[in-house]
Design a binder for this molecule. Structure first.
Ligand SMILES: NC(=O)c1ccc[n+]([C@@H]2O[C@H](COP(=O)([O-])OP(=O)(O)OC[C@H]3O[C@@H](n4cnc5c(N)ncnc54)[C@H](OP(=O)(O)O)[C@@H]3O)[C@@H](O)[C@H]2O)c1
Length: 217
């Protein structure tokens, strides 16, 4: 089971939907168990045949073999502080991009620990945190009839966990996983989301990233 904490929001719901459509069991977590269940029912009605459950974030943390953090940066610390034991020994995927908005423009928030991903690893010392998916548009994820496009840079200090998440990225049609190195590199990936949002505003688009020149040279 893949669990999405804060999965009632567009990013978590979009990722959950893509994985459910690929045949995975998914769990939508919320601060309000009823809201999590409603969100799961809604997805199940729209996409009959998918395996989606919902409930509280605590239940999602317990049930998930792999657990995605899909809340706003401001909510991350409060969410994870209570869940460290349930998440011990698990791969935790952090999709958080700490951003602030002023006059419609996005800017990256300075995180004392370096990145939201590094902060989450400090809060979850017994988990294997992997940072990924921060540059993917929720609107595109939710447009599940269309393939995705682009690269997902995956960063972690745990090589086995990083490989698992890189494999999971490529389950979604159109995405390529790129090894982004240690978790300390996640800050650059998170900050890039601000640039993408500002470019989206200019082009009225939903951009993603694609690295070129990765073959031997
Ligand atoms: N949206 C995008 O296109 C996009 C793209 C790339 C990365 N991301 C990242 O993905 C994460 C989720 O994005 P999103 O747009 O889905 O966010 P969101 O809609 O603002 O929030 C997601 C969910 O988090 C929970 N939440 C909100 N405020 C909270 C709080 N103060 N405390 C605890 N839980 C709270 C809510 O669930 P409940 O009320 O049900 O608990 C909400 O449905 C963010 O960190 C964002 O930076 C988003």
């Amino acid at each position: 089971m893949l669990s999405f904490l804060g999965g009632t929001g567009p990013e978590g719901r979009g990722l959950a939907l893509r994985y459910a459509l690929a045949g995975r069991e998914v769990f939508i977590g919320s601060r309000d168990a009823g809201r999590g269940r409603d969100s799961a029912v809604e997805l199940g009605e729209k996409w009959p045949g998918i395996s989606v459950k919902g409930g509280g974030n605590g239940e999602g943390a317990r049930l998930g073999e792999m657990v995605f953090i899909c809340v706003p940066y401001e909510a991350q610390k409060a969410l994870l502080t209570g869940l460290a034991e349930s998440l011990a020994g698990k791969v935790v995927v952090n999709v958080v991009a700490p951003l602030t908005f002023a006059k419609g423009r996005a800017a990256a928030v300075t995180v004392p620990e370096g990145s939201a991903a590094e902060e989450s690893q400090l809060l979850l010392p017994k988990s294997e945190v992997v940072a990924a998916f921060q540059n993917l548009s929720a609107r595109k994820l939710l447009a599940a009839g269309r393939p995705m496009e682009g690269d997902v840079v995956v960063c972690s200090d745990h090589d086995g966990a990083k490989k698992k998440v890189m494999g999971l990225v490529e389950v979604i049609e159109g995405l390529r996983a790129v090894d982004g190195g240690p978790l300390a590199n996640a800050r650059y990936v998170e900050q890039l989301t601000a640039l993408l949002l500002n470019v989206n505003r200019i082009y009225k688009a939903q951009s993603s990233i694609k690295l070129v020149g990765l073959q031997d040279w």
